[in-house]
Design a protein around this ligand. Sequence first.
Ligand code: FES
Length: 321
Amino acid sequence: MKIKLRIKRCSPLGPGCAEGYYQAYTIDARPGMTVLDALLSIFDEQDASLGFRRSCRSAICGSCAMTINGAAKLACSTQIIVEYEKAGALTLEPLANHTPLKDLIVDFNPFWRKMEKIRPYLKPVSMIEGKAVQITQDDLGRIDKAQACILCGSCNAECSSLEADDRFTGPAALAKAWRFVGDVREAGGRARLGRLSDDHGVWDCVRCVRCTQVCPKDVDPLKAIERLRERAIEEGITDNPGARHALSMAASVRRVGLLDEAAMTLKTLGFLRSLGMIPFGLKMEMHGKMPMPMIFSQIENIDEVRAIYDECERIKPKIRT
Ligand code: FES
């Protein structure tokens, strides 16, 4: 079966990678062929100037991640015919949220810097009350998914928060951070949580779920971020806008069954910074997006909402992370 691929290209020689262009190649696809196989055949038989990364060809090293038909995927584990038939076309582009260096090769330095920032190594407690710390199967289960990360960068490529602000720590590094915070042998968990609760840390995630959807190893970075947030609050690290926002949101729903945006803003930002939100609040008011503050009445059957909260509190120890 003949398949035409459109590949986004750019060269550091010439006009650079700010603007790219698309080049089409036609390959003879056979069942079982992956996108990486196709790239290797183009490289060998048609165009040795095409730039892309690969190593293991077995979805282990993470180096072949790229944007395939609009979503981050591993080229070595994407079947070309299946992908082509799904979309009726095949377009390959470099990973989003990364700077292209040449064709499908992107600059991974910012990725590694974020990873370094979370200090990706265990600071072990050797003993607790005179006993060596043992890790059980359950303990391991809590961090198992995060350990499966192959550092391909797919989650960061699809992250809406990183797209808006590249200072965000990002899902890859935060999932790695959970691997250490969630480890019972880790001695520096609270200090880590303090750093991760600062600006551009766990609270910058907008929970778009894209990281979890595209992860080729089922790491579930969003879950890891939620666990870090929950653990930070349990540790009392709440003096930051993100934690205050989460707590005031939960309190508002418990109190009146709805989001009391005005009260939440006040609790999240404090009085002085809330003043700056007044024009935005008025706009929301005019568009019917926010009930009038001060005349905020609770919903009918608020007792049912509170019963849900009580039940969550009751079962929380059983589902603790
Ligand atoms: S080549 Fe190693 S993950 Fe694809």
